[in-house]
Design a protein around this ligand. Structure first.
Ligand code: FAS
Ligand code: PHB
Length: 391
């Protein structure tokens, strides 16, 4: 098989790249190791930055998003038994939209299917070769048959556990990382929303987050040890811990309901430099991981793909390589700022094993400052709604 851009991974990064390239008249093929049903059902992120919403709307994917997305003008920070509002619209003029990542993936898959896209699901043994040549190659096995795609370029959109980043020769990459000693236990519950906006709680028992997917579906997280076994968390223990960490002295609490999905997500910060080797370009989680406290993982993937799609269009339209050559530096500049914000939110809201009473007082002082100073609140707000795509 022959294509202009071979894409490994049909997550949000791979699917959006394929969609934007199609709109620019550039052909692509996506190979994906899981089934379409699995990719569509994966419950992950939930908050879309303004820039992500604009990207989806501008590329013709805004119809269901406008109908079902929940526009949120701010968040609450909860500490000391009370919730404190951070009003994004008042501070920045922008908002965020709650619309599950799996809904974005469904919309992208529908659009690509309607356009007759070439997406090969349930592939095995994916590998990439000749990355520093002008004809890089993707190889994979499908239904017992070995297949090969000769490409002009390969986009590694295969996430943190993919094969593209490890295919770059040793000594090329610098990997920066921080691993946290805690994780998030997340649930999706058939329970009505009891707050119009997200609530991030710093509690002495640990962090908790109240989010949602619709007025009837709530998404909740609580900090737990990184080595926790979900089997040790029966429903009543989960709800009890969420109530202890989230409810306020004024009596606000979350509503309970049947738990539809549950899982434990480790927290880590990773940045890989450079995000390119030869004609392989890494995008999304394949190049960086942010702790979900800043709601940035999906949004950062979208930002990378916008830059890459524009650079590839410049190459095919005018033979220019300047944007491709600048891809890694352009994305890393914004990635590090987003990494900083995600780290800062994580440090401010979580209970750290080695933290002392002094550390706890500093956390509470940070929270008190952010919720009482317009300048500090504006800094949080402008990062949360999304930094400009080209910082
Ligand atoms: P993805 O990981 O989404 O997609 C990569 C795709 O490549 C997958 O479909 C995978 O099957 C495929 N693939 C992997 N190896 C392959 C191979 N060898 N061959 C072919 N295909 C291969 N972010 C938030 O902002 N908020 C959250 O609450 C949040 N929760 C998360 C929970 C979990 C469990 C995880 C893992 C991530 C979470 N994230 C969250 C981050 C997440 O949303 C990512 O940022 C987002 O999925 C990034 O999209 P992609 O870069 O497309 O990577
Ligand atoms: C979610 O709704 O899944 C969500 C919201 C905000 C975060 C992380 C996850 O920071």
């Amino acid at each position: 098989m022959r294509t202009q851009v071979g894409i490994v991974g049909a997550g949000p990064a791979g699917l959006l790249l394929s969609h934007l390239l199609h709109l620019a008249g550039i052909g692509s093929v996506i190979v994906e190791s899981r089934s379409r049903a699995h990719v569509e059902a994966r419950i992950r992120a939930g908050v879309l930055e303004q820039g992500t919403v604009d990207t989806l709307v501008e590329s013709g994917l805004g119809e269901r998003l406008a109908r079902e997305g929940l526009v949120h003008r701010g968040i609450h920070l909860s500490f000391g038994g009370a919730r404190h509002a951070i009003d994004f619209e008042q501070l920045t003029g922008h908002s965020v939209t709650i619309y599950g990542q799996h809904e974005v993936v469904k919309d992208l898959l529908d659009a690509r299917t309607r356009a007759g896209a070439d997406i090969v699901f349930e592939v095995e043994e994916t590998s990439v070769y000749d990355l520093d040549s002008e004809r890089p190659v993707i190889r994979y096995r499908k239904d017992g048959q070995d297949q090969e795609i000769v490409c002009d370029f390969i986009a590694g959109c295969d996430g943190y556990h993919g094969v593209c980043r490890p295919s770059i020769p040793p000594g090329v990459l610098r990997i920066f990382e921080r691993t946290y000693t805690f994780a998030w236990l997340g649930i999706l519950a058939d329970a009505p929303a009891t707050s119009d906006e997200l609530v991030y709680a710093n509690h002495e028992r640990g962090f908790a987050l109240y989010s949602m997917r619709s007025p009837e579906l709530t998404r909740l997280y609580l900090q737990c040890r990184a080595d926790e076994d979900i089997a040790d968390w029966p429903d009543e223990r989960i709800w009890d811990e969420l109530h202890r960490r989230l409810e306020t002295d004024a009596g606000w609490r979350v509503a309970e309901g049947p738990i539809l999905q549950r899982g434990i997500t480790p927290l880590r910060s990773v940045v890989v430099e450079p995000m390119r080797y030869g004609r392989l370009y890494l995008a999304g989680d394949a190049a960086h991981i942010v702790p979900p406290t800043g709601a940035k993982g999906l949004n950062l993937a979208v930002a990378d793909v916008r830059v890459l799609a524009k650079a590839l269009a410049s190459f095919y339209r005018a033979g220019r390589t300047a944007l491709l050559d600048a891809y890694s530096a352009t994305c890393l500049e914004r990635t590090w700022r987003v990494q900083r914000f995600s780290w800062w939110m994580t440090a401010m809201l979580h209970r750290f094993d080695a933290s002392t009473e002094f550390d706890r007082q500093i956390q509470l002082a940070e929270l008190s400052y952010v919720t009482s100073s317009r300048a500090a609140a504006r800094s949080l707000a402008e990062n949360y709604v999304g930094l400009p795509l080209s910082v």
